[in-house]
Design a protein around this ligand. Structure first.
Ligand SMILES: CC(C)(COP(=O)(O)OP(=O)(O)OC[C@H]1O[C@@H](n2cnc3c(N)ncnc32)[C@H](O)[C@@H]1OP(=O)(O)O)[C@@H](O)C(=O)NCCC(=O)NCCS
Length: 214
């Protein structure tokens, strides 16, 4: 069994008083720290984590890597095969965003399989598609090439099958509270998730500050 180690940590330095640039830098640092730990557990080295001119990760001696960062969580993973990782918080998408990223039929299937609301199903699907488009290196430019595969209905592992080009890809997923993590990597059959959770449900600092001003 090929096991992929994924490390996800709460993102530090996201206080509402911090300038946006500093917050983003902290996210990027946290993702790279999570990646270093994941690569070590995988027995791989990704050196200085080089990226190409478009910002896409480049393999080091055949060792591939992928990271993701939000204001809540930062994560990473490395493997001897191309891979993609993504984290999304549940959000209510606008009809325009839904139209661009998911069909009604896809959302209905995901809602039925997981018993989730439309917003949850959208975030799950969006996270899976982003993870796959990181594996291919296309990023969002490749969005129209990815669709939900009917194999998702038959799969018992947590995650979604996606169709892209000529192939089918299984995207492993884990949900914690209002966040979905997705990771995909060809020959991987099992994911070891090391997801340290933030104190979700604790008062959001930014919201609390806004409320105090009212
Ligand atoms: C790359 C992309 C998928 C990232 O998704 P995201 O949810 O915004 O951000 P995440 O935090 O999950 O991931 C960011 C990381 O993805 C990686 N990344 C960037 N481009 C990538 C690509 N083409 N393939 C794989 N990974 C990529 C980077 O390591 C980046 O982190 P870093 O900047 O700190 O190094 C997305 O932002 C994208 O596609 N951007 C390009 C947009 C574009 O070109 N649009 C034109 C339409 S064709």
């Amino acid at each position: 069994m090929n096991v992929l180690h994924v490390v996800i940590r709460p993102t530090p330095g996201q206080g509402f008083r911090e300038p946006a640039r500093k917050r983003v830098d902290a996210q990027k640092r946290a993702a790279r720290e999570a990646l270093s730990l994941a690569a070590e557990r995988q027995g791989l080295s990704v050196g200085t984590m080089p990226r190409n001119e478009h910002g896409a990760p480049q393999p080091v001696d055949g060792h591939f890597w992928s990271i993701t960062h939000t204001s809540e969580y930062a994560g990473g993973a490395a493997a001897p095969w191309p891979l993609g990782i993504d984290i999304e918080g549940v959000r209510e998408p606008s009809p325009e965003v839904i139209a661009e990223a998911a069909s009604e039929a896809e959302l209905e299937v995901v809602m039925r399989i997981f018993g989730e609301s439309e917003a949850e199903a959208f975030s799950r699907l969006w996270s899976a598609k982003e993870a796959l488009l990181k594996l291919t290196g296309e990023g969002l430019c490749g969005l129209s090439k990815v669709s939900l595969s009917p194999s998702s209905d038959l799969e018992h592992r947590p995650g979604l099958w996606l169709h892209h080009g000529q192939g089918e890809h299984f995207v492993h997923q884990l949900r914690h509270g209002a966040h979905f993590a997705s990771v995909t990597c060809g020959p991987i059959s099992h994911v070891h998730w090391d997801w340290q959770h933030a104190a979700e449900g604790a008062p959001d600092v930014a919201k609390a500050a806004k409320a105090a001003k009212r």
